[in-house]
Design a protein around this ligand. Sequence first.
Ligand code: COA
Length: 324
Amino acid sequence: MKRYARITGTGGYLPETILTNHDLERMVETSDQWITERTGIKKRHIAAESQTTCDLSEMAARRAMEMAGKRAEDIDLIVLATTTPDRIFPSTACLLQARLGVSSGCPAFDVQAVCTGFVYALAVAEKFIRTDSSRCALVVGAETFSRILDWNDRSTCVLFGDGAGAVILEASEEAGILSTHLHADGRYESLLNVPYGLSDGYEHLEAGEAKVQMKGNEVFKIAVNTLGRIVDETLAANGLEKSNIDWLVPHQANIRIINATARKLSMSMDQVVVTVDQHGNTSAASIPLALDVAVRDGRIKRGETVLMEAFGGGFTWGSAILKF
Ligand code: COA
């Protein structure tokens, strides 16, 4: 009997503070009209100063565990995707493990693939389950991306937000994740990055200059083409037609990129889960947050076929196709 990894619970958490486009008009030279037309974003959530990525993760994780009917002792793997970990170490996954009271001594680790992080984390956890190394995994995408934004740079600060999403992934004989597809090409690092870190440009990090930089227009074009290719790759790997996909849950970077992928799949926007207007780009959190919204409002139902795709810094890109 084939062993699948199946999503049995989803959870999301958004910090209370909301920053609207009109709020941003008072901070940088921008307008609600420009942001709405170019990105589809109307507002984003921003973590309180005291809130960390682990705090956001905990809220999302507890909601996913509740939906799946799982307690801390049931979890035997934690994979957490983030670009904005609480600390240099321990990993945010280890901090979360302690916070949740997961006392099994199970593996817990972070993965870093920026906006593709959740797809990477899901793919890793799925392999643990398929190979019988895990029966019940907690997979989280969480960001306090506001901390690495230059709030004087209108070309980036209007795009991102904070949040966390989580899923419980369990071993099952019933169909779940059908395939995952991961890619990276480090030659593009200069188009989207934080140019400083611990072992490269530490003095800039200390000076508070380690902030997101992006050549948005170039990233946009490559993202649209790359996502088109990964959709083809994913369908071909499973012998599926576009019409077999019930739901697209894309990374939420820009409504124009999402529209282009939906067109490529000949999908009506009614079959596409869109949260970018409400959440902005929450990087690794965007897909699990969007999934949670559409599961909880009853759109995505058991047995339906869901395609997830993401593109981000690295460049990294990836997809997952699953029976929900
Ligand atoms: N408000 C008003 N004007 C702005 C602005 C803002 N917040 N940000 C940039 N502009 C200006 C630019 O300065 C530029 O002015 P100029 O023509 O006088 O030089 C003009 O708007 C057009 O800028 P451009 O960058 O070409 O716009 P765009 O149509 O490409 O839209 C993005 C910009 C960032 C919205 C778009 O490129 C994008 O979404 N890129 C991909 C982002 C992404 O997905 N990143 C993460 C991957 S996970």
